[in-house]
Design a protein around this ligand. Structure first.
Ligand SMILES: [Zn+2]
Length: 147
């Protein structure tokens, strides 16, 4: 381990490559894609972490505001009344769920990027699968209720 500065290494930004190599080349010697230094990759990582926290915080706030009136089924809760249908609820929850997944992905991949100085390919795949699963689950719920 070095002192954590990256030691003048660069990281390939090419999808499917993501190799770490010595020196500060602007392009990857393996695949020719754009490359950035490990330091700037780490900075981007912290930026992703900040974005993820912001998104999740926003969603927590929105959910705290939206869910009580929705669960109350049209009853007035603290001055606000939810007048949408069950379909509206599903759509809203689907969108919020997608944003939460996106926030988690941003947070998790940002942390890996910031701390390890590598591009987190595995977590991106995991998050894509999660998002696809969430979508499939939403469609299944929808079909179940409608048909
Ligand atoms: Zn490459």
């Amino acid at each position: 381990m070095n002192d954590g500065t990256g030691g003048g290494q660069s990281v390939c930004m090419g999808i499917g490559c993501s190799k770490v190599f010595d020196g500060q080349a602007s392009h990857c010697p393996h695949c020719g894609a754009k490359a950035i230094t490990r330091d700037s990759l780490r900075r981007r990582g912290w930026f992703l972490v900040a974005c993820g926290i912001l998104l999740l915080g926003l969603m927590a706030w929105v959910l705290a505001y939206l869910v009580p009136p929705m669960l109350a089924g049209g009853e007035e809760v603290e001055g606000s009344r939810f007048t949408g249908t069950q379909e509206d609820v599903q759509m809203i929850m689907g969108v919020l769920g997608a944003v939460v997944v996106f926030g988690l992905a941003s947070l998790a991949s940002g942390l890996i990027q910031a701390i390890q100085g590598v591009r987190p390919r595995a977590i991106i795949v995991v998050m894509l699968v999660l998002a696809a699963g969430l979508f499939a689950f939403g469609m299944a719920v929808r079909r179940g209720l409608l048909g």
